[in-house]
Design a protein around this ligand. Structure first.
Ligand SMILES: *Cc1c(COP(=O)(O)O)cnc(C)c1O
Length: 494
């Protein structure tokens, strides 16, 4: 049976239900499967399966302590008509690549792929472990996780959800999506700081032993809906497998052929899921890790040095405005061969010296990763070009991926079939998207949504319609050092 252990080696061994409940390990590490499972059957045998069926094939290998009924039920409840496409994840061939449209869920970003199922996995985990404390989901968001987690957990029994977002670091639409959230257990708080401040604050609360004991006495227990939770990460492995099977069915590739996977990357969760898929047997040539101007990862992949002492930029791909990519720690654990001591050292260095260098032996294991970045003009010009040439509209994050892919291709002449994780609807970042294709159009983000629809005919996602007419229910703004008090205040009222 697969077990979950901390990347830093100093927490107890868990089964998947326990790891999902706890969220983050007590030694500040992240839970990882002790072995990365491989498929015990040919991927080609999945041909003809739909998304839900492939999701089951993948997740059952990681969540072995769940019964078939439990897992199946969670999958059926997650990937239902909340998604506005029947096939859940359409794959669109444009501009020489295959766009894996991961944004057809309730909140119009790929975070829905995992956050539609996480609440169901968590509820079942609590039942399995006979845990009866009230679960408090603490979440830091660069814009998309917050709304997807709020939608996933709204009015879910025995939970409270608290979301922290950088007050100036999200798009107008993202902000309004969160501030209009309904549900008796939902709490949304803006902090005066950036995403890293929000994420560090949340991690600090998780690691505050005294505070956690205090909460426990009051019947509460903290957990996470960020991709540090293994219950967020594993469901994402499924769509890479799904994409490969669909390309097989279409005859784009033959069984065993390699593909490239391009991922616009922030916290490194989505691309790590692709790496897990490769370890299951998915043939991958290159993982193309695309960053925006906050290009810590590009530099890291090219030099082996992770250095966060640099300017932080607010860009037109805000969900990737991140300097500390949490899930990289999991990759490092795997490529170190499970050396928890070295992971502890590297992460300590990051905290104290704000940088670390990867030992050569580990750098050698990063060969499958290509790192590149796009600045804001690169991003807009790619949106414009693809729209003009192929009548296909993509959002700013996906455009970062597309730009880096074109650079990779020009550099290498590699013509391996390539999929791009298309991470958000263009309507989530209307302002930037419209400035790319029709810069003379002006107006609020909400007016521009209508204009973009008139111009392009692309359907407006249900969740983004009439946002400006909804009542604002959350308007708290706090200093970044007030996060713990705010959690206390919220829970005292409960
Ligand atoms: C979260 C997000 C990303 C980054 O994904 P990671 O898993 O954090 O690397 C990219 N694009 C969009 C639209 C997102 O919401």
């Amino acid at each position: 049976m697969i077990q979950y252990i901390s990347t830093r080696g100093n927490d107890e061994i868990k089964n998947s239900a326990q790891a999902i409940i706890q969220g983050i390990a007590k030694d500040k590490g992240l839970f990882v499967p002790n072995i990365l499972p491989g498929f015990n059957k040919a991927i080609a045998s999945l041909k003809g399966m739909n998304y839900q069926e492939i999701a089951y094939e993948v997740m059952s290998l990681y969540f072995e302590d769940f019964s078939k009924e439990e897992l199946q039920d969670a999958i059926d409840k997650a990937y239902d008509d909340k998604f506005d496409k029947e096939d859940v994840v359409p794959i669109i061939n444009k501009g020489g690549v295959y766009f894996l449209e991961l944004y057809h869920g309730k909140t119009a970003a790929f975070k829905d792929m995992a956050l539609s199922i996480l609440p169901h996995l968590l509820i079942k985990s609590l039942q399995k472990e006979k845990e009866n404390k009230k679960i408090v989901i603490l979440t830091a968001t660069s814009g998309d996780t917050g709304k997807a987690a709020l939608e996933g957990f709204a009015d879910v029994e025995n939970t409270e959800i608290i979301v922290f977002y950088p007050s100036e670091g999200v798009s107008e639409i993202q902000k309004r999506q969160m501030s209009t959230q309904q549900g008796n257990n939902t709490h949304v708080v803006a902090i005066k700081g950036n995403f890293d401040d929000a994420q560090n604050g949340v991690k600090g609360i998780f690691n505050d032993k005294e505070f956690n004991s205090l909460l426990e006495e009051q019947g509460f227990m903290l957990s996470s809906a960020n991709s540090i939770n293994i219950g967020r990460l594993i469901p994402q492995v499924a769509y890479y497998m799904y994409a490969y099977v669909k390309l097989l069915e279409k005859g784009v590739i033959a069984d065993g052929d390699k593909i490239n996977i391009v991922v616009p990357t922030g916290n490194f969760g989505n691309i790590l899921a692709a790496y897990y898929a490769m370890n299951m047997g998915l043939p991958v040539n290159k993982f193309i890790c695309a960053s925006n101007k906050n290009k810590v990862l590009t530099d890291f992949i090219n030099t082996g040095i992770y250095d966060i002492q640099r300017e932080f930029y607010l860009t037109n791909s805000p969900s990737m405005d991140i300097l500390i990519s949490s899930n990289l720690e999991r990759l490092l654990y795997h490529i170190s061969g499970g050396d928890t001591q070295i992971i502890k050292e590297l992460m300590q260095k990051l905290e104290t010296e704000k940088k670390y260098e990867l030992p050569q032996l580990m750098q050698n294991k990063m060969d499958a990763f290509y790192g590149g970045y796009a600045d804001e003009d690169d991003t807009l010009s790619k949106i414009k070009a693809l729209y003009q040439n192929e009548n296909y509209l993509m959002d700013t994050h996906t455009a970062v991926g597309y730009h880096v892919y074109l650079e990779y291709k020009a550099e290498t002449n590699d013509d391996t079939p390539t999929i791009i994780a298309s991470t958000a609807s263009p309507y989530k970042f209307t302002n930037s998207v419209i400035s790319a294709i029709a810069p003379s159009q002006k107006g609020s983000d909400f007016e521009l949504v209508e204009k973009l629809h008139e111009m392009t005919g692309v359907n407006i996602p249900k969740g983004l319609r009439d946002l400006d007419k909804k009542e604002i229910l959350h308007d708290t703004v706090i200093e970044k050092y007030e996060m713990k008090q705010e959690v206390e205040r919220i829970l005292t009222d409960k």
